[in-house]
Design a binder for this molecule. Structure first.
Ligand code: PLP
Length: 465
């Protein structure tokens, strides 16, 4: 069995345990030990921290202490009845470590998908509180990913998800799609980045007018997408332009930072990715986060809201309708808070920003100057993508049947590096390999990742040419 088929067969629904795919059997720091076909490959470098999750790396002794303490001090509370100190403190931490006045309250939940479901619900209630219940439409992007629950899928769009259509939310009437921001492929050669951004903004404005501003409630985008497109940074002026359109037409601006946020891509050693592109006065009204918040040690994600939304609730009904049994879970919040405090104390967000940019630069230098299948290297801070092409000049993508991403994953795996690889979609997205290392990454780790990426790219290039 190849590694690729084993990955595909590794879900727990698989009845035949013999067919179980690669299994993690250990990890420390940025290394993981993986058992496959009865053999253990020790010390693979985890270039994607699980799935952009493990900010502190694996088996962190301080986190074990934090977990121990949290288990002793946390008592479960049902959030609709009782608050708890850890949830409050975690909210305070996020608010105080974001630019002043941007966020005013938080709701904690257990996954990124759930955070987006909660955000959808909060925004719906916001418009009801404001006496504008008709503002139900949500504009999101093609080639976007906001989670695998059905509401989150309805606002996402990429061919892997579209296979599940029709979804539960009536997409035609509620979920409106606009083009994604994919500078490498969709910016015209004769366009500047600013002109490309303006073209996308004009399309957004047309969509708002077509569906009427009275009915459009939200625009949601990933600040730096990861799952569908790979880390394609927004073209200059794009996010600021969305903010301006949201202001103009009284629409909620929602940024999804589940994968790129909470310290992974902040230029000032802080939390939010949008600080690369927006001043605090242009911040989102609502933001969803997850992944590095609990860093793989607890299942936690969240929704942060600014004063505009919080005040509408306070001046309206006074509370959020609905809730989950494990929302604001005291133990999860206490562990996440301990982890975030450690990241802050050890300046690890600043470290991953610097080391990640170094990794990106080295990948650009080594891959794009040589004859191989790497077409683009893009990203920011601790979040990078290599896109593979048949021809660097024409950017022609590989036929999906060649399974380039799957083969790359297999070769990389053999060379001792784990990353996320996603297949091409005809005339749309190329084959990509995504890296999102732990925040503790060192320059030596960067060099090892780059060396293994170059080696794997060269091997696959030889096979394909
Ligand atoms: N939003 C974004 C931008 C994501 O990248 C993801 C997952 O990759 C999600 C939401 C869903 O998060 P989860 O897998 O924790 O449900």
């Amino acid at each position: 069995m190849t590694v690729e088929t084993a990955f595909q067969e590794s879900y727990l629904f698989q009845a035949n345990i013999e067919k179980t795919g690669p299994q993690i059997v250990g990890g420390r720091g940025v290394r993981v030990d993986v058992k496959f076909d009865g053999k253990v490959q020790n010390g693979m470098i985890d270039a994607v921290a699980g799935a952009a999750v493990g900010a502190l790396g694996w088996a962190d002794e301080d986190v074990y202490e934090i977990i121990n303490e949290a288990a002793r001090s946390s008592t479960y509370s049902y959030p609709a009845l009782l608050s708890n100190e850890s949830a409050e403190e975690l909210a305070k931490f996020y608010i105080e470590n974001s630019p002043k006045g941007v966020f005013a309250a938080a709701l904690w939940c257990t996954s990124g998908s759930e955070s987006n479901e909660n955000a959808l619900r909060i925004i719906r209630q916001y418009w009801v509180e404001r006496g504008l219940p008709e503002k139900t439409k949500i504009i999101s992007r093609e080639n976007s990913y906001h989670g695998f629950s059905l509401g989150a899928q309805s606002i996402s769009s990429n061919p892997r998800i579209d296979a599940f259509s029709p979804l539960l939310i009536d997409q035609k009437n509620i979920c409106v799609k606009m083009p994604c921001a994919y500078t490498y492929r969709f910016k015209e050669a004769n366009e500047t980045e600013e002109e490309y951004a303006q073209r996308l903004l004009d399309i957004l404005e047309d969509k708002i007018l077509e569906h009427t501003p009275e009915k459009v409630g939200t625009v949601i985008v990933e600040t730096l997408p990861g799952s569908a497109l790979g880390t394609s940074p927004p073209p200059k002026g794009y996010l600021k332009g969305i903010r301006a359109l949201c202001n103009k037409y009284d629409i909620i601006f929602h940024l999804d930072e589940v994968m790129c946020g909470t310290g992974r891509c902040n230029p000032n050693g802080g939390l939010n990715c949008w600080e690369n592109f927006l001043d605090p006065c242009d911040a989102p009204d609502i933001q969803t986060v997850g992944k590095t918040l609990g860093s793989g040690y607890v299942t936690i994600a969240g929704v942060l809201v600014g004063p505009k939304i919080r005040n509408a609730f306070l001046e309206g009904s006074g509370s959020i309708i609905g809730g989950h049994t494990y929302s604001c879970h005291a133990f999860n919040c206490a562990v996440a808070l301990g982890i975030q405090k450690k990241i802050k104390k050890e300046k690890l967000s600043a470290n991953v920003f610097k080391m990640g940019n170094l990794m990106g630069q080295k990948l650009k230098d080594k891959l794009l100057s040589a004859d191989n299948i790497a077409g683009d290297v893009r990203g920011i801070g601790g979040f990078w993508t290599v896109e593979f092409v048949q021809d660097r000049v024409t950017k022609k993508m590989f036929d999906t049947s060649l399974n380039v991403a799957g083969r790359f994953k297999q070769i990389a795996y053999k060379n001792g590096i784990t990353l996320i690889c996603m297949p091409s979609v005809k005339d749309n997205v190329g084959d990509i390999a995504v890296m999102a290392p732990s925040f503790i990454i060192t320059e030596e780790d960067v060099d090892e990742i780059v060396e293994k990426m170059v080696k794997s790219t060269n091997e696959l290039s030889r096979q394909l040419r």
